[in-house]
Every structure is written in structure tokens, then in C-alpha cells.
Design a protein around this ligand. Sequence first.
Ligand SMILES: Nc1ncnc2c1ncn2[C@@H]1O[C@H](COP(=O)(O)OP(=O)(O)OP(=O)(O)O)[C@@H](O)[C@H]1O
Length: 291
Amino acid sequence: MIDVNEVTYSYDNFPVLEKVSFEEKEPVIAGLWGRNGAGKTTLMRLLAGHQRPHGGTVQVMGLAPYGNPAAVRHVCYMQEDHPFSTIWTVQDALRFGQYFNANWDQVTADRLVETFRLDRKKKVSKLSKGMKSALQFIIGLSSHSDITILDEPTNGLDAGMRRKLYEALRESHEESPRLILISTHHIEEVQTLCESLIVMHKGKLLHHQPIDEFREQGIWLAGERNAVTSVIDGHNVLEQSALGSKKIRVMLDAPYSKQWKEQAQAYGLSIEKADLQNYLLNITEDAEVNV
Ligand SMILES: Nc1ncnc2c1ncn2[C@@H]1O[C@H](COP(=O)(O)OP(=O)(O)OP(=O)(O)O)[C@@H](O)[C@H]1O
């Protein structure tokens, strides 16, 4: 459905994407995670045909999107802070969504306008940040595009609204599977929805894997300093902190596996699964950790 092959992109000769390659062949919900400036927006803009890659190729449904209406009609890209016309009302924005998306689902749009309690007559420029995110999400989800790209869809939404958004996303995807790419900094919240996770770091693709594989990765070990030190010898320590004067706690880049649980037990250590957000922050942390 999308194919990114050896893609490079620079702004003013400064490389922001370097030989990025990955494919999504199935209509899954995929998460796109990376720290600020990792290159996520640039990648999404290339997929949406807003920019042309400087090297390599981007394909959506087998077609290069840049300057290609036949390719772009398969894509709905709801960028963060979409530049709606200042004179548009919510209803005008929904009409814009309907006009530009051949598979538009008005029933979903109407239902979600109720769910998020949007006032159709209100000017988009007068919406709160969260309400504007909700409107963008409604357009993205109702587009029923083969490829829907949602950039930080929960921006400004409170926890209750975020939960409604995730429910709507799950239901809509179950009813009609399509590729939905979600760029997010809140990976803990969306991870149960996603089947695949793309991790960008400094313009490079760090990982692209089924999210189940990430869920198992990253463990916390805690206990006597000497015992911890012997167990972690030769392994990648991602984070550590002292627990009083004799004990330490370390995060390892290792799986929460039977083997590690047995190892921890044998050395009298506690073992816990690290949360995904923390794990991702640590594997994209440049500072060395010394025990
Ligand atoms: N129009 C532009 N001109 C020059 N540099 C740019 C431009 N847009 C982005 N950049 C730079 O490209 C790099 C990647 O930016 P990009 O917006 O793709 O990252 P991102 O992962 O989406 O970041 P964030 O999570 O902060 O939105 C950054 O160093 C950014 O400063």
C-alpha cells in the first residue's frame, strides 16, 4: 500500500531523511513515532505528494504521489494544524472533505460530529485546539481513503475525548480496513490500536516491526548492585538509577522473556516490563549510560 525506498530529503542541503526504506503491504493501523525533528512530518508530506523525494522513491498504491492526482486520490493526509480557510465553518470543512474524497462516508462524519459535540455553524478559526483536532480527525476518518495519514490527531484533546477518538478509529478500521498511519508522541495510548510501528530517529528509520515485538522489548531489573552488575554484563543498559546506597535499577534492551525472568529470580532481582514510551525514549537517547 505504501512503499518507501531509499528515500532522502534535505532542507537547504541539511539532510532530514537519509535512505529511509520500509513498506506497509496490509491495511493496518501503523504508528509513526520519533522525537521532535526526527523527520516524521517530512515523511508524511512525501507520502501525501506535497513534496518530491530528492533521492529514492515513494509509492502509494503503486504510484508516485508527487504531482500525480491519480495517486493522491488514494491518500487523505490530515496534517497537524490543517490550514482551513479562515471563513469556513465546520460544515464548510466537512463539505471540503466530502468534495475531495471519493469514498467519503457521511454517516461516520455525522455520527462523529455528534460524538465530539461540534457546532456545524461555528467558524473553524474560532474552534479550540482540541475541537480543531477533532474536526481534522472526523475528516480523516470519514474520507475512507485507502491511505489515511493522521498527524498527531489527539493534539489538545482531553483524556475523555482521546478515548472517544481511539474507539471511533478502532470501530471504523474494523468495519472497513484500510491503511491508517498515525504520527503520535502518545505511543502508550495508541499502541493497542496499532499492528505495526515505525520508529524514526534523526532522519533514519530505526525500526519497523509488528508492535507486538516492541511490547516485549525493554525490562527493568532491580536489586543489589553487585547482583545487577553481574546479570547485565555484556547487555545494553538503557537507563539506570540508584535505589539507596546498595541497590540499583536498570533498564535493559532485552525481552521480557521466560529466560530473563528465570535469570532475575536466580539472582534475587525484581524484573518488570518497561513501558513502551520509556523504552522508545531510551533507544533514541544519545547519551551513553555507564553502570
Ligand atoms: N520547511 C523547512 N525548512 C527547513 N527545515 C525544515 C523545514 N521543515 C522541517 N525542517 C527540519 O527538518 C527536520 C525534520 O523535521 P520534521 O518536521 O520532518 O520532523 P518531525 O519528526 O515531524 O518533528 P516534530 O515531532 O517536532 O513535528 C527538522 O530538523 C526540522 O527543523
